[in-house]
Design a protein around this ligand. Structure first.
Ligand code: ZN
Length: 478
């Protein structure tokens, strides 16, 4: 009985954990490695295990850094079931199909350069056909139902409050009369996130695998975030310019629509025309609606009153490219929500081209912007940006709204762990080294927790007493 760490070990993306029990193998998540090009190339490397020998996968949520290598797993011979929440299954259809589309674009771009260098072409990481085959393996679960997935292996999903369908996974492993309970936090939501329920608290575990993305940071309070948004919308004169909001299609967009619905009068949103300019975000919003029984108490109360919490009287959907292009002619009074979230691609770049050089434009940055992205350059105050080979002056006002995060801050992570009885040992994952180190110190100092920070390839023998644990690195020579 053991766990092996094959992803999100001392880094944020590429989640992948292998459990072995009674001769069966189960993966928890199989995510894409994202970030710098040299990191992303690692997605092309073979898996460190034989995918054909994996009996099942449990998927915490649909985000690509948790689900994105599933098509590669299937391509490499995996034949089992992929168990996930029903909303995650629906979101995976959108996100994995989009990932195949991006992979095709990447390969095409690469191949144009390679051809000029006389190099042979590369294949896309995976194709739409690989994704369609992968989707056939998905099986939908509900929160709270304990399911025996293999002899000696049972799981239960609990609401993680991170995006719709996101789950904390409880796993029971039984072998030779010994049972161990592991709890994977997955990505843990930020308490108070609009529309979603707060992460569920769990009391019992023999080992906790905890994300640590914001292990060294705290978010701004929701009150001050709403106050900031209110100020921008009420003080910007709709008659002058447009407001552009780059946003991720799944999660952030729906939270924004919901916040707009909730604060519609207070923020004076009736003076604007609001455009959701992203086919993917439009589809994701439909998935949110289809699973509205998962909404939190406030949003459920709206539903009970007959209100659609994702509807606005002046919201226009523009899935077709021509509708999107028509927005270029609007000089004032439009709020445009478009992807991509970090401005690296998608329609937001076209809206920048038509608006960013105008001083009456406002840009609202509502999500995390990674190093090296266009979004990050804007946040850092770039005076000029380049789009399609053309240099543009940034005269628009850039606002950064820091509080809208889909991840728990340090205190949220701390409190969630502190709720476990008996302080089980905890492995920190999904974090940069400083974030993990900071959280580890707090958990050790204030809760006397036993904290491990596994590196890639680490193995824990779970049949040993789970105190004073040591990570093994069988792949490394000494
Ligand atoms: Zn996530």
């Amino acid at each position: 009985m053991r766990i092996e760490f094959w992803g999100a070990a001392q880094e944020v993306t590429g989640a992948c954990f292998l459990l072995e029990c009674g001769g069966y193998k189960v993966l928890v998540d199989c995510g894409m490695i994202q970030g710098r090009r040299r990191d992303e190339l690692r997605n092309r490397e073979p898996f460190p295990f034989d995918p054909a020998t994996i009996d099942a996968v449990v998927l915490t949520h649909a985000h690509i850094d948790h689900s994105g290598r599933l098509p590669l797993l299937v391509k490499a011979g995996f034949r089992g079931k992929i168990l996930t929440h029903r909303a995650s299954r629906d979101l995976c259809e959108i996100l994995l199909r989009d990932a195949a589309h991006l992979a095709a674009q990447d390969a095409e771009l690469d191949n144009r350069k390679r051809a000029r260098k006389g190099l042979p072409p590369v294949e896309p990481l995976f194709t739409t056909a690989d994704v369609e085959r992968t989707l056939q393996h998905l099986r939908a679960l509900e929160y709270g139902e304990r399911r025996q997935i293999l002899p000696g292996i049972a799981i239960r999903l609990r609401d993680a409050g991170h995006i719709l369908g996101s789950a904390i996974v409880e796993v029971w492993l039984s072998e030779g009369g010994l049972t161990r309970k592991l709890v994977f936090s997955g990505d843990l939501g930020h308490r108070g996130t609009p529309m979603l329920r707060d992460p569920e608290l769990i009391d019992a575990a023999d080992l906790v695998i905890l994300e640590s993305t914001y292990g060294d940071r705290e978010h701004r309070s929701w009150e001050s975030t709403w106050a900031e948004m209110a100020e921008i919308f009420t003080e910007t004169r709709a008659g002058r310019g447009n407001i552009l909001i780059p946003a991720f299609a799944v999660g952030r967009t729906q939270e924004l629509l919901y916040s707009f619905h909730r604060h519609f009068d207070q923020w004076g949103l009736g003076r604007w025309q609001i455009f959701l300019d992203s086919p993917m975000a439009i589809q994701a919003t439909q998935v949110y609606r289809r699973h509205d029984d998962l909404f939190d108490r406030e949003a459920s109360a709206m539903l009970a009153r007959g209100e659609d919490p994702l509807k606005l009287p002046n919201l226009h959907l523009t899935p077709e490219p021509e509708d999107s292009m028509a927005l270029n002619r609007i000089r004032a009074g439009a709020i445009i929500i478009a992807g991509s979230g970090m401005c690296e691609g998608g329609r937001i770049r076209h809206h920048f081209k038509h608006n960013i050089w105008r001083e009456e434009t406002q840009v609202l940055i509502v999500g995390f912007q990674a190093e090296g992205t266009l979004g990050r350059r804007l946040v850092d105050g770039a005076r000029r940006i380049r789009l399609w080979g053309e240099t543009m002056k940034v005269r628009a006002k850039i606002h950064t709204i820091g509080g809208l995060s889909a991840h728990a801050g340090q205190q949220g992570l701390f409190d969630w762990y502190a709720n476990f009885d008996g302080r089980p040992p905890v492995c920190l994952v999904h974090g940069e080294p400083t974030a993990m180190e900071t959280l580890a110190r707090r958990l050790q100092d204030e809760l006397t927790a036993e904290v491990l920070q596994p590196r890639l390839g680490a193995v824990l023998d779970l049949s040993q007493p789970l105190r004073k644990l040591t990570l093994q690195y069988p792949g490394e020579r000494h």
